[in-house]
Ligand binder design. Structure first.
Ligand SMILES: Cc1cc2nc3c(=O)[nH]c(=O)nc-3n(C[C@H](O)[C@H](O)[C@H](O)COP(=O)(O)O)c2cc1C
Length: 324
């Protein structure tokens, strides 16, 4: 059932892309404009700093997307998604789950824990659950919980990233999983999306490429640093959240730390309620190895249009190369 439901969603997208949820970066505006442009927009529930704010955001997204669907546009409006941290330290877990029941986002993306309880709730209202995983052990566990989609977070991804190469990760997962498969990590151009489809992915998950879009919460300083950086400016470390992720070395230096002398953070708290945790993500900025593709700030609709053009041209050139 979920495969058919997903096929219907996919055929109406401009490109098979989910704008990945990004802590302190994704905004309701970005979700709305992304969905209107024809990609699945998402945000981490914890980006709304209180439950009241979250309720307002979910209300607004629901209403604005419903209004957009009434308009007669060539591009169908894509479904929206939320990201729920299912780690035991997320103090908002229960209240955020109540809002998921109320607003029924079509897709719920779980991170950092067992998605099973979420699956029952989301399937009850007809939604889909995707889980992000950074290694094969987590992929195998998640595959047995009734989820609809696995998001394989490969090496070089922004935020908490794995260490597996996408070619290896995809082929290993295909041995035990035939559900919806989404790949993440350094995907920046239409060509990259085609490459992942050739390897067997149904869709891609893109974070870094969208950080500097006009609708996000990213500060001017963060945007400038992204535009001045390339893949070699990233440090892969567990110093800031206790889980390995990719961070911009210049932001670490600006915070008075030496990127080469970082210590592992020995506590984890994914409620992001602790001031120190929020501060780490506020002052020390994350990006993936695809950062070099960020050249300017542009509305998300323009980035989607660019991706679509590259995507279609790539398929067209593959077809003509095969014929020729
Ligand atoms: C600034 C930033 C914040 C992120 N925050 C989250 C988050 O709150 N929850 C989550 O599941 N993933 C988070 N991620 C990871 C993304 O959802 C996604 O896996 C990643 O960006 C994909 O790799 P890419 O950046 O190379 O496209 C974050 C990534 C970035 C760059």
């Amino acid at each position: 059932m979920s495969q058919q439901q997903f096929a219907r969603i996919k055929e109406r997208l401009a490109v098979p892309v989910i704008a990945a949820p990004m802590f302190l970066v994704s905004s309701p505006e970005m979700v709305i404009e992304g969905c209107k442009a024809g990609i699945i927009g998402s945000f981490p529930l914890l980006n709304a700093r209180t439950t009241e704010i979250l309720e307002e955001w979910m209300e607004r997204i629901t209403q604005e997307l419903a209004a957009a669907r009434e308009e007669d546009t060539a591009q169908p409006v894509a479904p929206w998604a939320v990201n729920l941290i299912v780690h035991r330290t997320n103090k908002r877990y229960e209240t955020d789950l109540d809002l998921i029941k109320k607003f029924q986002p079509p897709i719920v993306i779980t991170s950092l824990g067992n998605p099973q309880p979420v699956v029952d709730i989301v399937h009850e209202y007809g939604g889909l659950v995707f889980s992000d995983v950074i290694n094969l052990t987590h992929a195998r566990k998640a595959a047995n919980t009734g989820i609809d989609g696995l998001i394989l977070v490969c090496n070089g991804a922004g935020g908490h990233a794995g260490t597996l190469n996408p070619v290896a990760f995809l082929s290993a997962v295909q041995e035990f999983w035939n559900g919806i498969t989404i790949v993440a990590g350094c995907i920046s151009r239409g060509q990259d999306i085609v490459a992942m489809e050739v390897l067997g992915a149904d869709m891609v998950y893109m974070g870094t490429r969208f950080i500097a879009t006009a609708e996000t919460f990213a500060s001017e300083a963060y945007r400038s640093m992204l535009m001045a950086s390339n893949a070699e400016d990233l440090i892969y470390t567990d110093a800031f959240s206790g889980v390995h992720g990719n961070y911009l070395a210049p932001s670490i230096r600006n915070a008075g730390l030496d990127p080469n002398q970082l210590q592992k953070k020995d506590t984890m708290d994914f409620s992001f309620a602790q001031v120190s945790e929020a501060k780490a993500w506020k002052d020390i900025w994350s990006a993936g190895q695809g950062v070099g593709a960020i050249k300017r700030t542009a509305p998300i609709a323009d980035v989607v249009a660019e991706l679509r053009e590259e995507y279609e041209q790539t398929y067209a050139s593959l077809v003509s190369a095969r014929k020729g």
